[in-house]
Design a protein around this ligand. Sequence first.
Ligand SMILES: *[C@@H]1O[C@H](CO)[C@@H](O)[C@H](O)[C@H]1NC(C)=O
Ligand SMILES: *[C@@H]1O[C@H](CO)[C@@H](O)[C@H](O)[C@H]1NC(C)=O
Ligand SMILES: *[C@@H]1O[C@H](CO)[C@@H](O)[C@H](O)[C@H]1NC(C)=O
Ligand SMILES: *[C@@H]1O[C@H](CO)[C@@H](O)[C@H](O)[C@H]1NC(C)=O
Ligand SMILES: *[C@@H]1O[C@H](CO)[C@@H](O)[C@H](O)[C@H]1NC(C)=O
Length: 293
Amino acid sequence: MASSSSSSCSSSILLLMISAIVLSSVLAVVSASNFNQDFTITWGDGRAKILNNSQLLTLSLDKTSGSGFQSNNEYLFGKIDMQLKLVPGNSAGTVTAYYLSSQGSTHDEIDFEFLGNLSGDPYILHTNAKATESSNSTCGSTPLLISTLTPFSGTPNASCNFSVDGTPIREFKNAESVGVPYPKNQPMRIYSSLWNADNWATRGGLVKTDWTKAPFTASYRNFNANACIWSSGSSSCSSSSSSSSKNNAWISEQLDSTNQGRLKWVQKNYMIYNYCTDSKRFPQALPPECNMS
Ligand SMILES: *[C@@H]1O[C@H](CO)[C@@H](O)[C@H](O)[C@H]1NC(C)=O
Ligand SMILES: *[C@@H]1O[C@H](CO)[C@@H](O)[C@H](O)[C@H]1NC(C)=O
Ligand SMILES: *[C@@H]1O[C@H](CO)[C@@H](O)[C@H](O)[C@H]1NC(C)=O
Ligand SMILES: *[C@@H]1O[C@H](CO)[C@@H](O)[C@H](O)[C@H]1NC(C)=O
Ligand SMILES: *[C@@H]1O[C@H](CO)[C@@H](O)[C@H](O)[C@H]1NC(C)=O
């Protein structure tokens, strides 16, 4: 399973372009998110900061280094929200990555990657899922955007949906029935980082980071996880006493017909690449999950 997982991972990329929909800024449930309690700054030598009474986290990037953080908890299934304010102005060459990942060489991964751009030009948002490394989608012609991201909303066996400001942008279906691994066994941490990728990120590397604009800063707030926390080999969701039905509402969450319509609309209008339609890349046959309805 591990080897088929990594091969289908690197073979599958989906590109989405989103420039308008992210602007309807949806406020996440105001929870007592506390970055000091929930996250640890992992690198950047002082460039990442927890501010405002632990309600705000900022990452910065300059010519010497970027920065990053990770969650203290590991999660296996759930709905995870974060508000992100991407690098404003000229963010060309920078990448803000926000993702879930388990550990080890056969780790699972579910990613959002925001590729910066010149002022006024749209970000591209890549979404990647390990068994199906996915997308690039453009996110926001406005550089000062705050998005609510829900990278991992999934029942154990069904699907996980990527959404931005409550709008689903991608559904990653469980295609185990056709032999495609699904990330359901390995608990994951949340990670985020801001780094320089001007060798590829903006117009394929043509536009370089303008270091006279450094430091570049991205910020985070209103973290909320309705998720099963994994600890010492067991899940918080298996002890029914500790989890109210309200907290587990995501388990039965379904995309209603309105949201299915919105997903189709985003993909029709903003998707710039979808590996499932790239028959040049897969001359023999498209990956099996592409043939699922
Ligand atoms: C930080 O806290 C101050 C004072 O409460 C507030 O005015 C400001 O909006 C906060 N900043 C952010 C980015 O939340
Ligand atoms: C998105 O992914 C495809 C496939 O790897 C790649 O060809 C394309 O250059 C990428 N687009 C951007 C803007 O990174
Ligand atoms: C998920 O699928 C496995 C078999 O693939 C099954 O044993 C398990 O009960 C399913 N779990 C749920 C929650 O449906
Ligand atoms: C940046 O803007 C240019 C021009 O609109 C566009 O071609 C490109 O896809 C945008 N995004 C990135 C990350 O290069
Ligand atoms: C994900 O989206 C699909 C429709 O595209 C829906 O059927 C499914 O229930 C959604 N899953 C979750 C957990 O929201």
